[in-house]
Design a binder for this molecule. Structure first.
Ligand SMILES: Cc1ncc(COP(=O)(O)OP(=O)(O)O)c(N)n1
Ligand SMILES: Cc1nc(C(=O)O)sc1CCOP(=O)(O)O
Length: 523
């Protein structure tokens, strides 16, 4: 191991002797190294200099045996004394330029960052890497700043575009939330994390070797899977329509269970439209059921209309277990701009699990994107975007999922391609819950798409890899074409329209979808 060998940051162990679970500190360190830790930071918050020095010397000897670089937290004198590869500094520690003068040439200097401003300063000061955190809450350290969440990481990573500075995330990271971390933090400029820094999930594990192995293999698989999001599919518009129709038929033959946590206004018609599609609805909300239902169902829909305090835990757990069971999760952020309560809750949801599709009107999606361009009033959108095509593409890249923007023209993007769909009838806008019913259709089609995947390669992925772009297109076509057919019925009115719409969805034939579909890809 030479001083100028590049460091592999993928699994960065930060030590904490107060958390040991049975094994001694040195046994724990060695087991973690055998398990695949690629860099170690000695963090001794309660030791005096003599004790810190001794621990650092003993740790260095073990790390050298495994050819793994050693970093010292805060203390340049200790780093120099043990010939460590570098130091990790906090925002209130010695400035990087001073540390650089004291440390030997080629030393690694890392700094903690909690905001984009701090990342920009780290860049100016020529840090070698940044520790971004805390991502989530942690029991290991009393936090003085609000956790940044996975979506906050994405903008910090973007601030590193074009630099050589490496980035690791820290705070609350476990093997169980690593997939969400890697996928959700990817910036829309395709900047991903170089590694994860972990304390308790390794140090406090009964088997630190196994814990490190799991973290390392999960990190590698997730990073590979996250990179695949940037690949563009080569399907033509007609092939995508074929796939959408295959998915439509798949819902009818596979009869997937669609778990829906939805609002009280539309619960009944959402369940009925799901039945009309050929799927099987279950409208369960209790947090206690979420783990079982994630295994049983083909997809989960989370619709935040009529949000109440007692619904929150079910939505948190539903998405979490949905990701864990590799089932698509569809988020319908109904009226998210109506209150700070909804806004902060949706932000919390998107920091804790990964949706496969987000559907919303212009006002709702503008709130998610932090844009003031499209206004909303309650749950209704009152104005659209000047450039909806770029908007959906950007948001899909940011959220790493399919974005469905509803309106007179519906826009669907996977971050690379954008499709405009122009079917539908004005009566859809006159009834309550047409958007919510569309959410049920999207979830049903995603479930079938996720079951129909042929070559299953689930490693590191949040689902089986279903074609959710075609699923979302198929779902929109089904509801909007059925609405056109329903509107031609004699004496149709607002009241009868809902029932006839459900009938038309049930009776809709694939050839009719193919004949009437108004889908075009926007270059
Ligand atoms: C990799 C990594 N990132 C962040 C930290 C936190 O460092 P700091 O801000 O100095 O806080 P303390 O470690 O002193 O609590 C870290 N140690 N490692
Ligand atoms: C040491 C440290 N620094 C943080 C920061 O936000 O800068 S969070 C943290 C503790 C991380 O421990 P665990 O992996 O057990 O959650």
């Amino acid at each position: 191991m030479q001083m100028d060998d590049p460091i592999d940051f993928s699994l960065y162990l930060v030590t904490d002797r107060s958390l040991l679970a049975g094994k001694t500190y040195l046994e724990t360190l060695e087991q973690a190294l055998i398990g695949g830790v690629t860099v170690v930071q000695i963090r001794e918050k309660d030791s005096d200099t003599a004790e810190f020095l001794q621990i650092a010397q003993e740790s260095k000897a073990i790390c050298d045996r495994y050819k793994v670089p050693l970093i010292i937290n805060d203390r340049i004198d200790i780093a120099l004394a043990v010939d460590a590869r570098g130091v990790h500094l906090g925002q209130s520690d010695m400035p990087i330029n001073v540390a650089r003068k004291l440390m030997p040439e080629g030393s690694i200097i890392g700094i903690s960052c909690n905001s984009v401003d701090e990342v920009c300063r780290a860049r100016e000061s020529k840090a070698d890497y940044v520790g971004l955190g805390s991502v989530w809450d942690t029991q290991t350290k009393r936090l003085t700043k609000v956790p940044i969440g996975v979506r906050g990481l994405g903008v910090m990573l973007e601030a590193l575009d074009g630099s050589e500075i490496k980035a690791v995330a820290i705070g609350g990271i476990k093997s169980t939330n690593l997939a969400r971390l890697i996928h959700g933090s990817w910036s829309h400029t395709s900047h991903g994390l170089d590694g994860v820094a972990v304390v308790s999930d390794i140090v406090a594990a009964p088997d630190p070797k196994k814990a490190a192995q799991l973290l390392k293999s999960t990190f590698i698989a997730c990073k590979k899977a996250a990179l695949s999001f940037d690949r563009t599919s080569l399907w033509s518009r007609d092939e995508i329509l074929d796939k959408a129709i295959t998915i439509m038929e798949g819902v009818r033959t596979l009869n997937p269970v669609i778990h829906q946590i939805t609002n009280v206004v539309v619960s009944n018609q959402s369940a009925n439209i799901t039945l009309a599609l050929g799927a099987s609805p279950i409208m369960a909300t209790a947090p206690e059921e979420m783990s079982d239902l994630a295994k049983l169902s083909g997809a989960l829909l989370i619709n935040i209309g009529t949000l109440r305090a007692e619904s929150l835990e079910g939505m948190r757990k539903g998405g979490y277990y949905g990701n864990a069971a590799k089932k698509p999760v569809v988020l319908d952020p109904v009226g998210v701009g109506a209150s700070d309560f909804r806004k902060s809750f949706v932000n919390e949801l998107l920091n804790s699990w990964q949706p496969s599709v987000i559907k919303g009107n212009a006002g709702e999606l503008a709130v998610l994107a932090g844009s003031s361009e499209a206004a909303s009033r309650g749950v209704d959108s009152t104005a659209g975007f000047k450039d909806p095509v770029s908007f959906v593409k950007q948001l899909a890249r940011k959220e790493r999922c399919i974005i469905l923007l509803t309106g007179e023209t519906d826009y669907i993007s996977d971050g690379k391609r954008v499709f405009a769909l122009k079917n539908g009838h004005p009566l859809l806008g006159k009834i309550t819950g047409s958007g919510c019913m569309l959410g049920s259709c999207v979830a049903s089609y995603c479930a079938a798409a996720n079951i129909l995947v042929k070559a299953v390669d689930i490693e590191g992925k949040l689902t089986r890899g279903g074609d959710f772009l075609s699923a979302a297109i198929g779902a929109v076509l089904t509801l909007t074409i059925a609405s056109e057919l329903a509107a031609t019925r004699k004496d149709i009115g607002i009241g009868s329209f809902v029932s006839i719409l459900i009938d038309e969805v049930a009776a809709l034939q694939p050839e009719t979808v193919r004949r009437l579909a108004k889908v075009e890809e926007i270059e």
